[in-house]
Structure formats: structure tokens, C-alpha cells
Design a protein around this ligand. Structure first.
Ligand SMILES: NC(=O)c1ccc[n+]([C@@H]2O[C@H](COP(=O)([O-])OP(=O)(O)OC[C@H]3O[C@@H](n4cnc5c(N)ncnc54)[C@H](OP(=O)(O)O)[C@@H]3O)[C@@H](O)[C@H]2O)c1
Length: 350
């Protein structure tokens, strides 16, 4: 079947406006680019924050969406790594042209920032992974002011680190891949916080200790020190609300680094009194500072997925194709998702 010229997309119609399904052209690939027919798109909390607070985007109507997996539909010039029909996953981005976002049926993707999806992963599991994996990886391995550990996909990186690490919010999707990367890097113990009902799943990803996310800051510190003996050199806060950032900061040794995924919110007096650092993990792979790192990650990704080094997340499919996205974003906004990624199937859009 030939590629359609028009497709369905979910538009955020205006700053702080409503979402609506509409049509727009299917993009054409340039040199080094592919067009992917999206079979699954993953939802991220940032998308409801963009709608509610009017963050980041100035050009409307805008197509949002960062995560997707699907099938290569068209291959541009000078692309040798993919052929039509390959199953792939990739991280998209919202631009003024809307061609690279994932809340639509076909997306323009730089080929070097996509990876083949092994048959062991469904499209939904593939679409659950891109942004959260990059956010975990950039924080641990790449952010300029971060710990810059050697990634496990680089020679000598696998199992290199033997010390402890704490990951706040291990059952969040960012936290889940941070736990998995920490395991590949050799950290031990890997201590995380979550609702205790998620203990078994977190242990299957590599956590050695799961502590109740409702512990007070003091009780968390006591439990962590009982396990590690000493304060830590690195803590990754995958939740990064003020409460978790302050509790996480208290776990650090002098010289230690707290990696956060939102704006730093550690109390000023506490922050200024010590030489502990706060590092923001900026997960978008198409940020200029992340592109080369992203290419290496995506080159290594098929082997990591195929070998089971990175395991799939649990997914919750919202029905209705792209029309299901507002319902899915409401679930994220209202904290109704636990240890799972919410996804939709864009081809089912009516
Ligand atoms: N900087 C970046 O580039 C970047 C990239 C992606 C995401 N983010 C941000 O990172 C945050 C997490 O995103 P996500 O997609 O991973 O979220 P998510 O999976 O939707 O978050 C839900 C999970 O968070 C856990 N949780 C909530 N509050 C917690 C707390 N106080 N302590 C421990 N766990 C808690 C819940 O655990 P239980 O169910 O076990 O209770 C639940 O499993 C969001 O604010 C998002 O905007 C930033």
C-alpha cells in the first residue's frame, strides 16, 4: 500500500487550550531521515504540564509526544541502517513544524536516533522506553556536571562500579530504567523507594532494597545508612518534588551529587551549607549536548534489549487511538499510574 499524504494527529490547539484530533500532511524524509508509521506512542507527564501551565511551546497548534515505536514506512537518502518494514523505537520532539512529535500517525525521525526493536518487545513496550531511558542515562553517564560514570555499553563500563546508589522513586518509569542501568553498571546495593506493593517488580529489575516511599526523611536516612554504613556519593531522584529532593540531598556525603529530573528544589540554607551538588538530568535526546551520546546509546540499544539487559516496562493501553491521550494524561496528572507506562495506538484513531 502506498504511503498516505495526510494523517491524523492530536493537536494542542492553543497555549493552555484543549486537545483535538485533526489532519496534517505526512512528512517527507530528508537526507539521513526516515518516516515511521507509529504503532504505539507513550505518554509523559510533561505533556499535561505543557497543557496546564503553558510551558516550553510558543507555536500553536502544536503536536506533542516524545515516545513511539512503529514500522519504517519511508527511507530517506543516505540511510543504510534501516529498510522499509523494520520495527523501530525512537524519541521524538515537538518542533514548530510538528513533523517530529509522536502524537500523530507518522513521524519524521533522524535515522541515527532510532533503534531496531527486537521481536521480544511489543510496540507498546518499545514506546514506553525512549525518553525515560535517555533521562536515566544522561543523568548517570553524560550530564556535564554529573557523575559521568562510564556507560555499560562502552568497553569497560559493564559492572565497573561496586558502590551503593539510592534511586528515589524506582517504580516511576524514569526510576525503573535508572535501577536497570545501575544494575548494568555494577552498583550494589541498589536502594530505591516506592509503594511496597511494587517490591517484587523492582527486585526483578535489579533493586536490592525497596524502602517505603512514605518513610519520613529522617527514617529514610536511618534505613539507608543501616544498609550502606556511610552517606552516598550519588543519589538519583526520579520524582524530584521538593519533599523527595530534600530527603535525597540529606543522604549525600560531602562532595556527593544529587541528580534530579525537575527544577532543583532543595532548601536554600541546606544547599548553601554544604559542598554537595545538584545536577539536572535533561533527557531530550535532540538537545544539542545529547545528540552524540544519543547516537551511541541508540547504536547499542538493540543488543541491550535483545539480551534482556534492559527489560520492558509494564504498559497500560488507553483505547481510542490518539483520542485516548487526554484520558491517559489525566491518569498521569491524578497519580493513578503505578509502575507502568501509559500508551496509545495511533493507528486506531477514529
Ligand atoms: N528531566 C527530564 O528530561 C525528564 C524526563 C522524563 C520525566 N521527567 C519528569 O520525571 C518525573 C517522573 O516521570 P515518570 O514518567 O517516570 O513518572 P511516572 O512513572 O508517571 O510516575 C508515577 C510513579 O511515581 C512514583 N512516585 C510518585 N511519588 C513518589 C514519591 N514521593 N516517592 C517515590 N515514588 C513516587 C509512583 O510510585 P508508587 O506507585 O510505587 O507509589 C509511581 O509508580 C515527572 O515529574 C516527569 O515530568 C523529566
Amino acid at each position: 500500500m502506498s504511503t498516505p499524504t495526510q494523517q491524523k494527529a492530536l493537536f494542542l490547539q492553543a497555549k493552555q487550550g484543549e486537545f483535538a484530533i485533526g489532519t496534517r500532511p505526512v512528512p517527507k524524509p530528508g537526507r539521513g531521515e526516515i518516516i515511521v508509521k507509529n504503532e504505539a506512542s507513550g505518554l509523559n507527564p510533561v505533556d499535561w504540564k505543557i497543557q496546564v501551565y503553558g510551558l516550553f511551546i510558543e507555536t500553536y497548534p502544536a503536536v506533542l509526544g516524545i515516545d513511539a515505536a512503529g514500522v519504517v514506512e519511508v527511507v530517506g537518502e543516505d540511510v543504510s541502517i534501516f529498510k522499509i518494514g523494520d520495527r523501530v523505537l525512537y524519541e521524538g520532539i515537538t518542533t514548530d513544524e510538528n513533523d517530529q512529535a509522536t502524537y500523530q500517525q507518522y513521524t519524521l525521525v533522524p535515522a541515527e536516533l532510532a533503534a531496531k526493536l527486537p521481536d521480544t518487545f511489543t510496540f507498546e513496550q518499545g514506546a514506553a522506553l525512549p525518553l525515560v531511558l535517555t533521562t536515566a542515562a544522561v543523568g548517570l553517564y553524560h550530564q556535564a556536571d554529573g557523575p559521568r560514570f562510564t556507560p555499560p555499553w562502552v568497553a569497560g563500563g559493564r559492572g565497573k562500579y561496586a558502590g551503593p546508589i539510592v534511586i528515589i522513586g524506582g517504580s516511576s518509569v524514569v526510576g525503573t530504567y535508572t535501577v536497570q542501568l545501575a544494575r548494568l553498571s555494577g552498583f550494589s546495593p541498589i536502594i530505591t523507594t516506592a509503594s511496597l506493593k511494587n517490591t517484587e517488580i523492582l527486585k526483578s529489575f535489579g533493586a536490592t532494597h525497596v524502602l517505603d516511599r512514605n518513610l519520613s526523611s529522617a527514617a529514610l536516612r536511618e534505613e539507608v545508612l543501616r544498609i550502606t554504613g556511610d552517606p552516598l556519593s550519588v543519589v538519583y531522584d526520579a520524582i524530584s518534588i521538593p519533599e523527595t529532593q530534600n530527603a535525597a540531598f540529606d543522604l549525600l556525603a560531602p562532595g556527593g551529587k544529587l541528580i534530579v529530573v525537575l527544577v532543583p528544589a532543595v532548601d536554600e540554607d541546606k544547599k548553601n551549607a554544604t559542598n554537595r551538588a545538584i545536577v539536572i538530568a535533561r533527557g531530550l535526546i535532540q538537545f544539542p549536548q545529547n545528540v552524540e551520546f544519543g547516537k551511541q546509546l541508540y547504536k547499542s540499544l538493540p543488543a541491550l534489549l535483545e539480551a534482556g539487559d534492559l527489560k520492558p516496562l509494564r504498559v497500560e493501553v488507553v483505547p481510542g487511538g490518539l483520542g485516548g491521550i487526554p484520558t491517559g494524561l489525566d491518569k498521569l496528572k491524578n497519580n493513578q499510574v503505578s509502575a507502568a507506562k501509559v500508551v496509545v495506538r495511533p493507528q486506531e484513531t477514529v
